[in-house]
Design a protein. Structure first.
Ligand SMILES: *Cc1c(COP(=O)(O)O)cnc(C)c1O
Length: 345
């Protein structure tokens, strides 16, 4: 069997939620957008709910509706994109709470679903989603009279603790929300690590739950093992892969492994990427193909049946560095072709 195995350790996922929760004295929610960062919203959200998460965040109403089917009644499900045209029936039927981003969304919401829960997303400088300070000043009175469940904003630079943007956004958030009496949320994973000033009433970690930076103490959630299809000897001067991109400088043993860019292992990682065969680090050689990658196993004894791309030996962030991207993109790119196994629930 050449299918690669993607193991998701739900016990470690739960441990990461517990560890992030222990860093604050307020409620810890869970962000499970994009199919729980590509790891499977159904098992991930169930495990997090069992661990004690009572509030979940998704990006889209459609994701929220799926999550409601998974979790049943009870947990709060907040939707970052707010109340878009066409969302009304799903928001109502799945009992989702939109985070309203503009005056237009506010009007749409109170007209279409009077009395239905909502939160408000405020823009404190990131200029992505949420009401600007002047917009909020004009609307604040009306919005507060409708009893929002949450006032939230998002930090642009929380993964850089020394960035002046953090304190700046914190101050704007305080000015916009002080004295409202409404629960507040500013911190995602990075914000939790910035300390208690950033915690307010609820934190919203995503990447830290799934084992990625900036939560450096995160436990490994994802392991990706890829079968070796074939092993060959190449002589000095021979080339490997499309475009003859890699030339053996000395005799080498090359393993062809059964995953490629169609599985989310992006081509850009080729020149700087490694995999692990037991204790040996093996360089990726030649271009990453759609379904295959060549690795130099000259330093490995015997014939490995498989190699590890992600796991305790190589984090999503190490792989991301090799590909010039971030752990978030590595996780959410992992394709549908793997044998996905959820363990340790
Ligand atoms: C994705 C997202 C989060 C979670 O961020 P992480 O960096 O993954 O912890 C929190 N809040 C908002 C608004 C987001 O878009």
């Amino acid at each position: 069997m050449a299918q690669a195995r993607l193991s998701i350790d739900l016990g470690e996922l739960r441990a990461n939620w517990r560890a992030l929760n222990a860093l604050t004295s307020t409620e810890t929610a869970a962000v499970v957008k994009a199919d729980a960062y590509g790891l499977g919203i159904d098992p991930a959200a169930k495990a997090l709910a069992e661990e004690g998460a009572r509030t979940f965040f998704v990006a889209l109403t459609e994701e929220g509706a799926e999550l409601r089917r998974v979790l049943g009644d009870g947990p709060t499900i907040n939707v970052f994109s707010g109340h878009m045209e066409g969302d009304t029936a799903l928001l109502r039927d799945a009992q989702l709470t939109p985070m309203l981003n503009s005056i237009d969304q506010m009007l749409r919401h109170v007209e279409a679903l009077p009395g239905h829960a909502f939160g408000v997303q405020l823009d404190t400088g990131m200029n992505r989603l949420g009401m600007e300070p002047d917009e909020w000043a004009a609307l604040r009175h009306v919005a507060l009279s409708q009893n929002p469940t949450l006032l939230m904003s998002h930090l642009a630079c929380a993964d850089e603790p020394d960035h002046t943007m953090n304190a700046q956004q914190l101050q704007v958030f305080q000015e916009m929300t002080e004295g409202t009496g409404v629960p507040r949320s500013l911190a995602a994973t990075g914000g939790i690590l910035l300390g208690p000033d950033y915690h307010f009433d609820m934190t919203r970690p995503g990447i830290g739950l799934y084992g990625g930076l900036p939560f450096a103490e995160a436990r490994t959630v994802v392991t990706l093992d890829i079968p070796v299809i074939q092993i060959r000897e190449v002589a000095a001067g021979e080339t490997v892969g499309y475009g003859n991109n890699w030339t053996a400088q000395a005799p080498a043993r090359i393993a062809t492994i059964a995953a490629g860019y169609a599985d989310g292992l992006i081509r850009a990682m080729g020149p700087d990427g490694f995999v692990w065969a037991g204790d040996s680090r093996c360089k990726i050689v030649g271009r990453v193909s759609m379904d295959m990658i060549g690795v130099d196993i000259s330093g490995v004894e015997g014939e490995p049946d498989s190699v590890q791309m992600l796991g305790d030996r190589q984090s999503v962030d190490t792989l991301a560095d090799a590909a010039g991207t971030i752990g978030y993109e590595i996780l959410t790119s992992l394709g549908a072709r793997y044998d996905r196994v959820h363990t340790g629930g």
